[in-house]
Design a protein around this ligand. Sequence first.
Ligand code: CMC
Length: 444
Amino acid sequence: MSTETQPGADGAGATASNETLTVTDNRTGQTYEIPIEDGTIRALELRKIKTGEDDFGLMTYDPAFMNTASCRSAVTYIDGDRGILEYRGYPIEQLAERSSYLEVAYLLIHGSLPTQARLDEWTHEITIHTFVHENVKEFMQGFRYDAHPMGMLLASVGALSTFYPEANAIKDEESRYMQVIRLIAKMPTLAAFSYRHNRGMPYVYPDNDLSYAGNFLGMIYRMTELKYGPDPRLEHALDVLFILHADHEQNCSTSAVRSVGSSQVDPYSSVAAGVAALYGPLHGGANEAVLRMLRRIETKENVPGFIEGVKAGNERLMGFGHRVYKNFDPRAKIIKKACDEVFDVTGRNPLLDIAVELEKIALEDDYFVSRKLYPNVDFYSGLIYEALGMPVEMFPVLFAIGRTSGWIAQWLEMIDDSEQKIARPRQIYTGGRGLDYVPIDKRS
Ligand code: CMC
């Protein structure tokens, strides 16, 4: 579904059954009537448009799926023009303010908010599955001393499929549920082990007395103390960041999870595909770029000169602009608030002043206003991660922890969708045909 507007998602855009598109094929003069449903036509309807019996039929060409809905989904709603993001119909602002990450994960996966009893049960189930098999630890030891934590996370989450071979039974609801719990529970453990390995520090086992975010902070930072107690304000800020990253409908990594999952492989392998997609700088790496940019600008005084450079086309203002949000990114507003909470504990990061100044100047400047460029989720998240003491390599890893519940919710939806088959796009072939093999000694 288009992410700009989603006709039909709230019922208001639902179309009457007589709504159709009439297409005349000028090659043949023939006219076709194609049903329109939810502001969409079915691509397969175009196959009926042929020049003759032997013709394959018309296809659409849509590199990067800019205008192709690949599924029907009831998980996340986005209205980019109005800056709306909702999980299962609930506005992100309310969830960030009043919910916890585990409650949001429940909402995404089950489709509704839990009762207190169900939430307690869900939290307990996840908490008691945070440990990983000792061999996972051994496996991680095999990485080079300075391996990128995202690469380690990618490999280790994929490796979990070998520890739980029953996960192949994707149609078995009970087994499937077990893997859902394990994935959400073990992701922070794998992420923290990756961090500790990269730093040459001993791995810290989960502490099941702590919250989801608190336990993660413990596995990252605990040293010799018997009991680690996270600062509740940092714990809360991290929990909010996990909520904000939990889902974003059919983005690159979610599409990867669905696409790989459509082969009916186990969910660990599908989620590994999501982590791989998120590893790319165009997806999970923008907040790192923001941080590097702020460091390069150095002082507030250098901001106007930097903005002039951006306007001259020398570079982009990282953390600004979004393919979908053309008014504001609702997540950016929430993150800005979380910044204050974190800096109350850690002390103000001087880069924040540069960020605020950049935002102020850019929001008043016609270049940015006319192009509808506003701060996105990554403009401030890197500052919070840095204040929490995370190195930039950990930024996409933190994103992956939060996004796991969304990936799984989308994977579950795909498995149960009777319209879905193995993902298999078409192509327009542009190569040669019917060439004769030339022996190697005759080639020029
Ligand atoms: N700084 C300066 N100019 C920009 C920027 C920017 N950050 N973003 C877009 N523009 C300009 C662009 O040059 C173009 O101008 P013109 O019409 O004169 O050629 C116009 O705005 C439209 O840009 P576009 O590239 O067609 O827009 P897009 O929707 O394809 O790109 C984007 C979206 C996010 C890739 C882009 O805004 C960008 O590169 N931003 C910086 C990187 C960034 O912050 N990425 C994080 C995205 S949020 C993470 C997530 O949700 O997963």
